[in-house]
Design a protein. Structure first.
Lengths: 99, 135
């Protein structure tokens, strides 16, 4: 008996209907928490985006990075990072993967 | 009562040899003097660790904004962030007033220049999780 790794296994799993369902549930929870954590009316700009393999939560706002990380004049509200933790997920910060 | 890990970490970094050698300040808000490098350290969260009774072991999420001085640029900001990271890794081995630090992990380190300065100031943002409990 020989074990042969399945090429593209991760991609196949990401497209699986069951996996997508779990991703959607977690994304919805993170998005809701981020909306509550965001200052003022910025919560309204929290969006969920989807592609073939990922479900992403982010800000549809030109100042989203200021809200998340802050600046000289703005505090770091960190709504997305706090939302991930509140949802019980492990936070790993990395750039978007390119296939 | 949970320890003040934001203060504890700032105090620890201020006396870290690498940080002192760079002449960097560790502050809680943007300083008045911007010519020399600084680290702005803020706590963004403090949650109960899943494997611990409530309010015993806490995961403190800290954000360190490592800014270059007025002429240091990207190399200075990057060096400051890497120096801070190297110092923080040793926190569990050190003694801390009123607290025991059990683990330090990093979840992000991004180069994000701060455009709120007239000329964007080089900055590296370091996300750190410090697990600590009362001594």
């Amino acid at each position: 008996m020989i074990f042969k790794p399945s090429k593209g296994f991760a991609g196949k799993m990401a497209k699986d209907a069951g996996t997508r369902g779990v991703l959607e549930v977690h994304a919805a929870a993170v998005a809701e928490a981020a909306r509550q954590n965001a200052p003022g009316d910025q919560g309204r700009t929290v969006t969920i985006a989807r592609d073939r393999e990922t479900v992403s939560v982010g800000f549809a706002s030109s100042i989203g990075h200021l809200i998340e990380w802050g600046s000289k004049n703005n505090p770091a509200y960190a709504p997305l990072r706090r939302a991930v933790r509140a949802a019980g997920l492990r936070l790993v910060e990395q750039g978007k993967k390119k296939n | 009562m949970i320890p003040d890990v934001e203060k504890l970490t700032a105090d620890y970094l201020r006396t870290a040899p690498g940080i002192e050698a760079l002449g960097a300040r560790v502050v809680g808000k943007t300083p008045e003097k911007l010519s020399t490098p600084w680290i702005k350290l803020v706590q963004i969260d403090a949650t109960n660790a899943a494997v611990s009774p409530p309010e015993r072991l806490i995961e403190f999420a800290l954000q360190l904004d490592c800014y270059a001085g007025s002429s240091g640029g990207q190399p200075e900001a990057t060096l400051l962030a890497r120096t801070a990271r190297a110092a923080l890794v040793s926190m569990p081995d050190a003694s801390h007033d009123g607290a025991v630090v059990t683990s330090v992990r990093f979840s992000g380190m991004i180069r994000l220049p701060d455009a709120d300065f007239e000329k964007a100031r080089e900055r590296v943002v370091l996300d750190v999780s410090v697990w600590a409990r009362p001594a």
